[in-house]
Ligand binder design. Structure first.
Ligand code: PLP
Length: 467
């Protein structure tokens, strides 16, 4: 039994969460009760239709910890890590993209699951190291890493640096001359592929700030540089083609580009690459009728595409195939709870239900036109016939979290309102706009809730001000 098989057996034994239901659900009417498939795996309704998560009453969590509140289901997060690990041949081939959501507890959870961790700034690196995350399992990303950031990464002993520009190669060589390193690097390619997602989430069309263009020859030049530098060790190639992707076919094209370059580097320069990193990108269901592919099918088709591309290009032995999922691990594992403060009915126009957060804890609606559902956890089993817009408390007309939400008829001021699937790029993108303190974050598991990020206080909001 190989190490990988043993690890997968162990994972199978631990994973007791139900399989994710990411594709194939019957499209639900927006007025139907919330689809539990949009919620973390441990979501259940009690006999009165109240939502439980990790065995805890969700509306009760809002009473206990205040609102707005991010609540993560630890079992869900772990199960998603294990799902990815199972289909990629082991946890070491999966790097959680920490930009989706990172705090020290999250870094520790990822470490316990044996995954690698993708960090892309000195700040993410700092949080990971403070959490005790092993540096050799860190992958350092970023399209504009400073000299100081690269120095810190090399001092800490990060396992991989994904190089994004010639300026970065100059910096790494300079650091190597001063005794830092050797840097184990992957070259980030821009394979020139439109992944068919939102323009702000597409990263590999030819016009992109990320990576070295393959078409222009820059990628091959960068690889040659890294291979020939005495301070760098070229271990692989990387491509991340975008986020919230529904069609795995886009990855086949990326795999071909990676494999063809790997083959050329072998033939022309004797460079033997250990890794092909395909980045992240698997889309998730934000609404009941969204139909992204299931993780198992997506992951399997990624691996198959990579193997086929390597075989066709004559890359042998097969390099390790690595992925960097963020959203597909964290998004559905987290929900946001708000308290309704006012309900404003504008006859023949719209009803605004205003909550005590908004674009400062969820910028995705404003930034990407992202769509969510909303429901009341204390009436999670109830039909939602009332069409409303869920608005935030910020001084912007555009501060609407769910423009086309449906809620139960009996919604009232003081109720707790929940937006599901907010675990990725929610808290991570939070701001203090209007001097609104950032929410607390709670992890729930097996009937216990623990605060993993405390709520900001009003004093926190001015702690950097000079007198
Ligand atoms: C380099 C890289 N890897 C992985 C990810 C994670 O993508 P996702 O959350 O869509 O899985 C991103 C997201 O921007 C990224 O830039």
């Amino acid at each position: 039994v190989s190490d990988v098989e043993a690890a997968v057996d162990q994972v199978d034994a631990i994973t007791d969460a139900p399989a994710p239901t990411t594709d194939g659900p019957t499209p639900a009417e927006p007025t139907a009760p919330i689809d539990l498939g949009l919620l973390p795996f441990t979501a259940r309704l009690d006999a009165t239709g109240r939502l439980l998560l990790g065995g805890l009453d969700v509306a009760g969590l809002a009473d206990e910890f205040g609102t707005p509140l991010f609540v993560y289901d630890e079992r869900h997060l772990r199960a998603r890590c294990r799902d990815w690990a199972r289909f990629l041949g082991g946890p070491g081939n999966v790097a959680y993209a920490s930009k989706a959501f990172l705090c020290r507890a999250m870094a520790r959870l990822i470490d316990e699951e044996g995954l690698a961790l993708d960090v892309s700034t000195a700040g993410e690196l700092h949080a990971a190291l403070l959490a005790g995350f092993p540096a050799p399992r860190l992958i350092f990303h970023g399209n504009n890493k400073s000299y100081a950031e690269l120095k810190r990464a090399l001092e800490a002993g990060v396992g991989r640096i994904v190089v994004d520009s010639f300026d970065e190669l100059v910096r790494l060589d300079g650091l190597g001359e001063r005794g830092f390193g050797p840097a184990r690097v992957l070259i980030r390619l821009n394979p020139g592929i439109d992944a068919g997602t939102h323009a702000h989430l597409t990263t590999a069309a030819e016009d992109s700030k990320f990576g070295f263009s393959v078409a222009s020859g820059a990628a091959a030049d960068a690889c040659r540089w890294a291979h020939e530098s005495q301070h760098l060790e070229l271990v692989g190639l990387h491509a991340h083609i975008g986020s919230q992707i529904h069609d795995p076919a886009s990855y086949s094209a990326a795999c071909r580009v990676l494999a063809e370059l790997a083959a050329r580097l072998r033939a022309e320069h004797g460079a033997m690459l250990d890794e092909l990193n395909l980045g992240g990108g698997l889309g998730v269901r934000y609404r009941a009728f969204d139909r992204p592919p299931m993780l198992n099918r997506f992951a399997t088709s990624l691996r198959e595409a990579a193997v086929k591309a390597c075989e066709e290009a004559g890359v042998s032995p097969m390099p390790r195939i690595v992925v960097e999922p963020g959203r597909s691990i964290a998004a559905t594992g987290g929900i946001t709870l708000y308290r309704i403060g006012t309900i404003k009915e504008i006859p023949d126009v719209r009803t605004y239900v205003a909550v005590d957060g908004g674009m400062s804890d969820n910028i995705r609606t404003v930034a990407y036109g992202a769509a969510y559902e909303a429901f009341l956890p204390a009436q999670a089993g109830a039909a939602r016939p009332l069409a409303v817009a869920v608005a935030g408390k910020h001084c912007e007309q555009g501060d609407v979290i769910v423009p086309d939400a449906h809620l139960p008829e009996a919604v009232a001021v003081g109720d707790v309102l929940c937006t599901p699937v907010t675990g990725a790029y929610g808290y991570a993108m939070a701001s203090n706009y209007n001097k609104v303190p950032r929410p607390a974050v709670v992890f729930v598991s097996d009937g216990r809730a623990r605060v993993v990020v405390r709520r900001e206080s009003l004093d926190d909001l001015v702690r950097l001000d000079e007198e």
